[in-house]
Design a protein around this ligand. Sequence first.
Ligand code: ADP
Length: 252
Amino acid sequence: MGSVGAKEVPTLLTPDGRRIDGRRLDELRPLSITAGALNQADGSAFVEWGMNKVMAAVYGPREVHPRHLQENNKAIVQCRYNMAAFSVDERKRPGLDRRSQEISKVIAEAFESVIFVEEFPRTSIDVYIEVLQANAGTRCAGVVAASVALADAGIPMVDLLPSVAVGKVAGSIALDLKKEEDNFGEADLPMAMVPQSGRLVLLQMEGHMNREELGQALDLGVQGCRQIHEKMKGALRERYAPSSANPQEANA
Ligand code: ADP
């Protein structure tokens, strides 16, 4: 353990390139996705990613509330990202704070750019993201869960939307930061990418990195998104064609 002032800083990277949880710089945390985790919503998904646990539920296309938000030529996408009071170490004050509002807005805009909204004029597609346990990268886990939930609801989209945060930890670019890396690292850069085209539809950054590092971070994020995309497709196959998701089972 090193220390900066009174704050204890954990060793984020060992000399042989291992991170605080033993991962390599380009390794994701374990990710499991369950499509259709809820009965009541039109579509849903549950994501366990490292120590994050995130549920997403989707309704729509349905009537717009409040009515004045209705658009005559397209569906609107409304998103509510919320962190449960029990999702973090110290109880979080319940309710929508500025951070949740900002995250809800950027996620809604990301999905609006991949959903064929013009096919459903005067309707709303409502996306609910509930973070039950948080350990950094919850907006990305929320995007992944919501994207699978939208597919589960049968909403037509250009493609699924994998998402991951890349960052800078102890001077090195690292994939999929966990809490300590987010807290004590130099930068955190969540992104979401349309796999088909490589188009980025969500990109934010906190902290600092130079241009070269930014290029490296984007490359690593793209690589991470491609792996996550495979898992998302696997979760949908598991729900809708379980035998093709597990060919051994089909042969048994
Ligand atoms: P993200 O979860 O998308 O990485 P942030 O970078 O804002 O978003 O947050 C990083 C982590 O900090 C969260 O995943 C969570 O573990 C923690 N965190 C965020 N907001 C709070 C809060 N109000 N109280 C306690 N911990 C929080």
